[in-house]
Design a protein. Structure first.
Length: 559
């Protein structure tokens, strides 16, 4: 297979998110199966090569340069797959002249550390093909007084524990620790071919907490041995194709970066237009987004842009005939708070003339939920389902797992959910702060825990959906992030901050128009998301088929 043919086929399947990594793996799989380059009948068969490898090992033992190895398997009882006739399945250990383990000098002796000898552990292996430096160093005394061993350059270093199967070739002398094994190959072998093999082999390992493999198991690993000349041809072809994969990956990354910029520019343009133009721009973007979108993050950004436009009054046109929000509040007998400008989001300081600013406490009653683990002795109790923070998402409920709680029967009305209750999460990690959704009676007689706030509108002429949109919008999220109590990875809000949240309130008719437009655009986002999922699935299937045909043409011909 030529690089030109690979490039031609890759252009058909490059939209698959993991196209290049899977292509790399597929190339290596074919390499160790004898399907990447043609066999040459003039090559010395692997059986003859194995005899020369064993003769070399015997000579080294005779000269005292290596020790007599322990008795191990001579054949592979169950070959994993078929090989070309010139190849041979052998236990890995038969092709290895010798091997060496390692150890760790005492950490309590400072003279053992920060010396001149590179000392490798799991964290140094597998990051690249070659090891040219190590994070830690030890002294001559540390090497001498420990079970660590110094490995000369040009050998395979395999991780046998805590990162099982990682592999590198050392290009400098290194001492190794007890989680590594150095394999000294025969001069009659291509170390690069062995490296490629290890990149394809999945070790199972054993152990309850940390997976590892014993030396005997490592040496008995079934190894596909090709003729030496073919090993070199395979390595050359793999290097050629991996270099091409590097180019393909760079081109894909550049293309994705360009698309990211286009999406960001498009969304920014929408966010900085007036209401009627914003609606047209959003529709235009949705029409052309499939050509730009390759990531779910793009659609997530679009959803947030839609919510941002909605709560700023820039998603639908204002109608001068609408009853102003201030008049609505007056008619409903609800107070209209005077909120100082200081500390408000800029989006709230220049709201439309027909809108009003309210504190959430002006329009809703907010309370807490059931505290778990309370003592209920001498009280009549009932057990009912309740919602946890995990059940409340942004704009939706996840009811896959709903737990139950025991409460006093006379407390049911206090904690029972009602249709159109607005639910909001207290906190957790950053995404859980202020998540809001509406309860629509999905479960009969359901409660909520105390880490979820429940709010009820003071009038049926106030739409819970509007407040849900606001709390989940970028503007609402910024408020809760700035008001929340924060630790390193966690944040939380309290009931006072929820009740005091300043919220722009449109006229009731405009609230309905905004909600309808948001629902329409979110439905289009759902379609785009489904289309993206389908496209990725199709790309993966096409990737499998194209690679099979391009890199393994004999399968197609046989079919």
């Amino acid at each position: 297979m030529t690089p030109e043919l690979l490039l031609q086929h890759f252009n058909r399947i490059s939209e698959a998110p993991d196209a290049v990594p899977r292509l790399r793996r597929f190339i290596l799989d074919l390499a160790v199966r004898g399907k990447l380059v043609e066999q040459d009948p003039s090559d010395e068969p692997a059986g003859q090569l194995l005899k020369r490898i064993q003769a070399e090992k015997a000579q080294l033992i005779k000269e005292g340069k290596i020790k007599e190895p322990k008795e191990s398997s001579k054949t592979v009882s169950k070959p994993p797959y078929d090989l070309p006739v010139t190849w041979k399945w052998v236990p890995l250990g038969i092709t290895v002249n010798s091997h060496l383990g390692g150890g760790t000098p005492s950490k309590n002796n400072s003279t053992y550390w920060d010396g001149d000898i590179c000392w490798a552990s799991v964290k140094d292996i597998g990051k690249g093909k070659y090891v040219d430096s190590t994070i830690d160093r030890i002294s001559e005394a540390g090497l001498k007084d420990s079970s660590s061993n110094l490995v000369p350059p040009g050998n395979l270093i395999v991780v046998t524990r805590m990162g099982l199967g990682k592999i590198s070739i050392n290009r400098i002398p290194i001492a190794i620790n007890q989680d590594l094994r150095a394999l000294f190959l025969s001069s009659q072998a291509s170390i690069d071919y062995y490296y490629n093999f290890f990149k394809t082999y999945g070790f199972d390992g054993s152990g309850l907490t940390v997976k590892g493999i014993r030396v005997e198991e490592l040496l008995n690993t079934p190894f596909p041995l090709p003729p030496l000349a073919e090993q070199h041809r395979i390595v050359a072809k793999v290097d050629e194709l991996m270099a091409l994969c590097d180019q393909l990956e760079a081109a894909r990354n550049q293309r994705e970066a360009h698309r990211d910029k286009l999406v960001a520019a498009s969304l920014n343009r929408i966010s900085n237009t007036v209401a009627d133009e914003a609606t047209q721009a959003a529709s235009f973007h949705l029409t052309h987004l499939p050509r730009l979108t390759t990531k779910p993050e793009h659609i997530k950004q679009l959803r947030q842009t839609i919510l941002d436009l909605a709560v700023r009054g820039r998603l639908v046109e204002q109608d001068p005939n609408d009853e102003p929000a201030a008049e609505l509040l007056k008619r409903l007998g609800l107070k209209h708070s005077m909120i100082p400008d200081g500390g408000l989001d800029p989006a709230l300081t220049s709201i439309h003339q027909t809108w009003a600013l309210v504190r959430f406490d002006d329009v809703a009653i907010t309370g807490g939920g059931v505290t778990l683990g309370r003592k209920l002795s001498n009280r009549k109790t009932i057990t009912l389902p309740y919602l946890r923070v995990a059940n409340v998402k942004r704009g939706e409920l996840d009811l896959a797992v709903v737990k139950e709680v025991e409460i006093a029967e006379d407390e049911f009305e206090r904690y029972a959910l009602r249709v159109n209750d607005l639910l909001m999460t207290e906190g957790g990690d950053w995404d859980k702060v202020g998540r809001a959704t509406i309860w629509r009676g999905e479960i009969s007689r359901c409660l909520h825990q105390n880490h979820i706030f429940r709010s009820r509108m003071l009038s049926e002429e106030l739409l819970p959906r509007w407040f849900e949109l606001y709390f989940n919008s970028p503007v609402g999220r910024v408020y809760f992030e700035s008001a929340s109590k924060q630790t390193t990875n966690l944040a939380s809000i309290n009931m006072r901050q929820v009740r005091g949240c300043p919220i722009p309130l449109p006229p009731l008719a405009e609230q309905h128009r905004i909600v309808a437009k948001v629902d329409q655009l979110m439905a289009l986002c759902d379609q785009l998301e489904a289309q993206l999922t389908t496209t990725e699935s199709d790309s993966r299937r096409l990737l499998e088929a194209v690679l099979r045909d391009a890199l393994n043409p004999e399968v197609k011909e046989a079919a």
